[in-house]
Design a binder for this molecule. Structure first.
Ligand SMILES: *Cc1c(COP(=O)(O)O)cnc(C)c1O
Length: 455
């Protein structure tokens, strides 16, 4: 059978409130052409993020009811801890309310003025937490990972030569080596097991703890199984265990590859570092057996972790992105290749070449997708990164629109509908206007800025 079906049935549905292009034109205007300001029930297909947007299974909903809300020593914590350890065998597993809380705790101890922290590509909250501590965050992804059109099986890989010189150059100023799997900020591109091994070996040679940002560990393991020599016969769980056995710790957002709507954790092997982190956790998140979560959340994560490593799920998940990517490619819409694990990225600067980068081609595509088809994507380009801390503005490296796919939420016909919207958009793309910003905050302007179409 060649059709890959959704490996689930639907028991509970969330109706989509249908709207017309005319209604959406008005809604968009009222939102100042900023998709973050829309009410989500005015969106037909919401591809803003894959974070916290997963559909939970019947087993997860049942697990919520079994959650134990005792302050200390809840059985929910021990189920959570066992489920994490089954995949990532770390000595200390510390729950947090989100991934960024794990980062904030870790870098409040490892970071600080004069420190340098390398990764393939730091995710924006990771970079934010490192910089907030006074340290510098450096991205060392391989060159192939920076070319949207280039096909390479592991575009998230760390450049090991660069890492080696970096560790040589900064020596004692480097408190740890990070690696993000999959590489979210680099298009959801995977890192090979060989590259994880190489990164771990370098970290060890220079005496640095090796910390994996593991938010999409299961998607990464699927790519390793499918693309890496010698890995095809191994189970996802075996591959996941191998990846994390190479690390000294990890940070995690359970809003990604744990099918939960909230949650995260920090895991470590070092007793002394873990003790410092727990002390910090008590001040900022909560007692070490709940870490800012309800007992029921810990149970939802524990159950979610047993489901995320299912090969039938991963096959359907990754195929959905590939399918959308292939269909868009066939329509002549430039996409980042190959499709990433959690999202399809459209190269808006190339597609709308009549719009200059400082007139925000990514914003133009995102607004048009919403108006025409009710689809909400996310501009990742000059709007997001174009304003420098000194107040000047310049084009970002790329102007992309990210279509992040929530886990187990949309079906094949939703995917086909998305492709149709792009098909209609292709016919009118050359008449789409650029935008100008009429008002913006000092930092993180993409969330709250107001826009106006030019013309
Ligand atoms: C989402 C994410 C984070 C932060 O996690 P939150 O739960 O959103 O705080 C960190 N790293 C990566 C790679 C992510 O995708």
């Amino acid at each position: 059978m060649k059709t890959i079906i959704e490996p689930f049935r639907i028991k509970s549905v969330e109706p989509i409130r249908m709207t017309t292009p005319q209604e959406r034109r008005d809604l968009l205007k009222r939102a100042d052409y900023n998709l973050f300001k829309l009410h989500s029930d005015d969106v037909l297909i919401d591809l803003l993020t894959d974070s916290g947007t997963s559909a939970m299974s019947a087993q997860q909903w049942s697990a919520l009811m079994a959650g134990d809300e005792c302050y200390a020593g809840s059985p929910s914590f021990y189920r959570f801890e066992a489920a994490v350890r089954d995949l990532m065998d770390f000595k200390h597993i510390i729950p947090t309310h989100q991934g960024r809380a794990a980062e904030a705790i870790l870098f409040s101890i490892l970071g600080g003025e004069g420190k340098y922290i390398p990764s393939n590509t730091h995710f924006d909250t990771t970079r934010g937490n490192i910089e907030n501590s006074g340290a510098e965050a450096t991205d060392l992804v391989i060159e192939e990972g920076k070319d949207p059109a280039l096909i390479h099986p592991f575009k998230g890989n760390m450049d090991l030569d660069k890492l080696e010189s970096y560790l040589g150059e900064y020596g004692d100023k480097v408190p740890c080596v990070m690696l993000t799997i999959t590489n979210n900020a680099g298009g959801g591109q995977p890192v090979s097991l060989e590259n994880i091994r190489g990164t771990a070996a370098l970290a060890k040679r220079f005496g640095k703890p090796f910390i994996i940002d593991g938010c999409r560990f299961a998607e990464n393991a699927w790519f390793i199984q499918q693309r890496e020599a010698g890995q095809g016969d191994r189970t996802i769980k075996e591959i996941v265990r191998d990846c994390f056995a190479l690390a000294d710790g990890m940070t995690m957002s359970a809003k990604k590859d744990a099918f939960a709507n909230i949650g995260g954790w920090l895991a470590l092997n070092d007793d002394e570092l873990a003790e410092k982190c727990r002390a910090r956790l008590i001040m900022t998140e909560g007692f070490p057996t709940y870490g800012g979560l309800a007992g029921r959340d810990l149970d939802a994560i524990a159950q979610g972790l047993t489901e995320i490593v299912d090969e039938n799920y991963l096959r359907y998940r990754i195929r959905t992105n590939e399918y959308i990517g292939e269909r868009l490619d066939a329509l002549g819409v430039p996409v980042v290749k190959p499709a990433g694990g959690h999202a399809v990225f459209v190269d808006a600067r190339r597609w709308l070449s009549h719009i200059a980068p400082l007139q925000y081609p990514g914003q133009a595509v995102a607004c048009a997708l919403y108006e025409l088809g009710g689809i909400r994507g996310c501009e990742i380009g000059t709007v997001m990164f174009g304003r420098a801390p000194d107040g000047s503005e310049k084009p970002a490296a790329m102007d992309l629109v990210r279509l992040a796919i929530p886990r187990r939420v949309y079906t094949q016909s939703h995917a086909d509908y998305m492709v149709e919207v792009f098909e209609e958009l292709s016919a009118i793309k050359d008449s789409l206007p650029g935008y100008r910003i009429t008002q913006e905050p000092k930092m993180l302007r993409h969330f709250t800025a107001s826009f106006e179409p030019l013309q």
